[in-house]
Ligand binder design. Structure first.
Ligand SMILES: [Fe+2]
Ligand SMILES: [Fe+2]
Length: 214
């Protein structure tokens, strides 16, 4: 796990872009993804908006499901507001470009990750699974936002995605820190590596789509 990982508003842009480069992920996205994504910016923005909505929804369900874990409630509650704020930012960007949100779509990537979640067993173990799942989605989103902020030809979108990259990096750190708050470091490390391996195996066979964030 990247214990030293840190991206922050206080760092220079270059420091953040470098910090976010891989986030422990085992397989980097082909930067040419940005070229195809740029051809369908409406689709990307719509998909992105729903990713933010799902992130907010997921944080709410985490709080409801694990309401008897004080740190979860305390630390995740502000993330709900941030993710909802992100959703609204993307809505604003769509509006500015004269584009509409349209219908929600299935998130194939997240559905694929969900197959790896351990079912059954003690409630506590479910918490670990959910925290690592959330951390992983944040990490991959962050990695994709980094690519957009580096290689997008639209200068304004570059800035737009840079802001998201930094914010999602903070969420990634938060979910992994919460995992280490409630579980022994060795247990977190072992399961995190398993998640990273699984995610890499998913990405290896994943079709790069210009109309999806993932
Ligand atoms: Fe977000
Ligand atoms: Fe996030």
């Amino acid at each position: 796990m990247s214990d030293n990982f840190k991206a922050s508003k206080d760092f220079t842009k270059e420091q953040n872009l470098e910090a976010v480069r891989m986030l422990g992920l085992k397989l980097a996205t082909d930067p040419r993804w940005v070229n195809i994504a740029e051809k369908s910016i409406h689709e990307i923005l719509v998909d992105h908006a729903f990713c933010e909505q799902k992130a907010a929804t997921q944080c709410i369900s985490l709080i409801v499901r694990f309401a008897d874990y004080p740190k979860i409630v305390e630390k995740v509650a502000p993330v709900v507001s941030e993710e909802w704020g992100h959703f609204r930012k993307v809505l604003k960007e769509l509006k500015k470009r004269g584009l509409e949100l349209g219908k929600s779509r299935k998130d194939e990537y997240v559905l694929e990750l969900l197959k790896f979640v351990i079912k059954g067993g003690p409630k506590e173990d479910h918490l670990l699974e959910q925290l690592l799942l959330c951390g992983l989605i944040e990490a991959r989103s962050c990695e994709r936002f980094r690519l957009l902020s580096l290689y997008c030809t639209d200068e304004q979108l570059k800035e737009f995605y840079y802001e998201f990259m930094v914010s999602e990096a903070g969420h990634y750190t938060l979910f992994l820190d919460l995992a280490r708050t409630y579980f022994p470091p060795d247990k977190v490390k072992k399961r995190w590596q398993e998640w990273l391996d699984y995610e890499a195996s998913v990405m290896e066979n994943w079709t790069l789509r210009g109309d999806r964030v993932h």
